[in-house]
Design a protein around this ligand. Structure first.
Ligand SMILES: Cc1ncc(COP(=O)(O)O)c(C=O)c1O
Length: 424
């Protein structure tokens, strides 16, 4: 069964984290000592430095950035560009290839619409997996529909999840044709929790297919290296990596930098209105954010992203990954002792010796939704429902436990104890 259980190549997560010291950075845990927060795939808790950055912006230097010549405004513009440089270094990419967005959904839409509408031709094909997050799936359907209005027929083909929880590579091979132009995929799956083997998929599809990679569940959990990943687009959310909600990013590989066009424009957009319509430069040497970001940005969230990257860097991404992996394996081992448990694809099926903090499962004797209410009464927060993706079968009513490096083995023990007492 052990199909794909590798940590991403090159991460070698072995260093240890002082979990109690790491956890002490999060005020939520001292304010709510009984809280067991197991929904970090939805959003992470925030360290004090992130909270302070938000408070500081609103209480000490609230102004708009890039709009005025007075000092607060120009300083904020500088801080945004410093954050861009920091995040770019964190992702191992050039600053000019990183665009700030309002989050992963915004990034995934920008990649699909900005690239797809301007490059796909009649008869082209897109490959995607309907069990991925709808934010990564649905934008391609908008592209399909808008191009249909222009008389261009785009076919969207679905590849499958393998029974162990990563993609069924055979289905990708079978669907691939010379007309395949785009493949959308997750880096780490938000329900199944596995590394979805992007580099193997690149080998299968070849260098001509544009890959849009959803890194919502990997940035801040494991090393995400834009150069090593060899994809055209990388999308991520700030709030899933300890920053505030309302900011995220899109990395655009230089090889498609002149092929993506803006889908929104605003006051600061570097365009000229001419008799023939708009004129603007898509010169790849120009920083992409100048054309692709518009309107007032979520300045405090971007400032908090800077603090979040500092926080992760200080703790060490490898130490975070190692702690997450340890917790995942520990949780899986404890869960296997529970009567009636049915694991979703992922570590529970492939039985690998590592993980990224996500395990989904259900019980034969009780619905997952009922369990979330019972757990909520004990201040244990987990998620049930459709997890923002298409269910393959109606009975796939999974409870998802998603952890981050601030969680502990003791919390897992308590979760399993409460689950056991509610199973009857
Ligand atoms: C895999 C995946 N992609 C995209 C998103 C959308 O992220 P956001 O809501 O931050 O835009 C999520 C959020 O849960 C996710 O898990």
């Amino acid at each position: 069964m052990n199909k794909s259980c590798q940590l991403n190549p090159g991460t070698g997560a072995t260093t240890t984290l002082d979990v109690q010291a790491f956890r002490a950075n999060f005020p939520i845990f001292s304010n709510h000592p009984d809280l067991i927060y197991l929904d970090s795939a939805s959003t992470t808790q925030k360290p004090q430095t992130v909270v302070d950055a938000l408070f500081d912006y609103y209480s000490n230097n609230c102004a708009n950035a890039g709009r005025a010549s007075y000092s607060w405004s120009t300083q904020l513009s500088r801080s945004i560009e410093e954050t861009r440089a920091k995040v770019a270094q964190f992702l191992n990419c050039e600053q000019k290839n990183l665009v700030f967005t309002s989050g992963a959904t915004d990034s995934l839409n920008l990649a699909a619409l900005g690239y797809g509408l301007n490059n796909l031709e009649d008869g082209d094909e897109i490959l995607l997996c309907p069990q991925d997050h709808k934010s990564a799936v649905l934008p391609w359907y908008i592209v399909q529909s808008m191009l249909a209005d222009q008389g261009k027929k785009i076919t969207i083909k679905h590849f499958a999840i393998h029974e162990v929880g990563d993609y069924d590579l055979r289905s990708i091979k079978e669907l691939l044709t010379p007309r395949t132009k785009v493949l959308a995929m997750a880096h780490i799956h938000h329900v199944f929790g596995l590394d979805m083997e992007v580099n193997k998929i690149r080998e299968i599809v070849g260098s001509e297919v544009v890959i849009s990679l959803d890194c919502s569940q990997s940035v801040g959990h494991t090393k995400v290296d834009a150069k090593a990943l060899d994809v055209e687009f990388i999308s991520f959310s700030g709030h899933k990596m300890f920053a505030a909600p309302g900011c995220g990013g899109l990395y655009i590989n230089p090889r498609v930098a002149d092929k993506i066009k803006p889908v929104r424009l605003g006051g600061q957009s570097p365009v000229a209105i001419t008799d023939h319509g708009l004129e603007y430069s898509t010169n790849p040497s120009r920083p992409l954010h100048q054309l692709l970001e518009c309107g007032t940005q979520n300045i405090p969230a971007i400032l908090s992203l800077s603090k979040a990257v500092d926080f992760i860097t200080e703790a060490g991404i490898e130490a975070i990954e190692a702690q997450l992996s340890d917790l995942t394996v520990y949780l899986w081992q404890k869960l296997t002792t529970l009567p009636g448990i049915v694991f979703a694809p992922g570590i529970g099926i492939c039985r690998c010796d590592s993980g990224f903090g996500i395990i989904s499962f259900r019980f034969e004797q009780i619905s997952s939704l009922d369990l979330t209410f019972m757990l909520d009464a004990e201040e244990i927060f987990v998620r049930a429902g459709d997890h923002c993706s298409e269910k393959k079968h109606e009975e796939d009513d999974y409870l998802r436990v998603s952890m981050h490096a601030y969680n502990t083995r003791e919390e897992i023990d308590q979760l399993v104890e409460i689950l056991e007492s509610n199973l009857g």
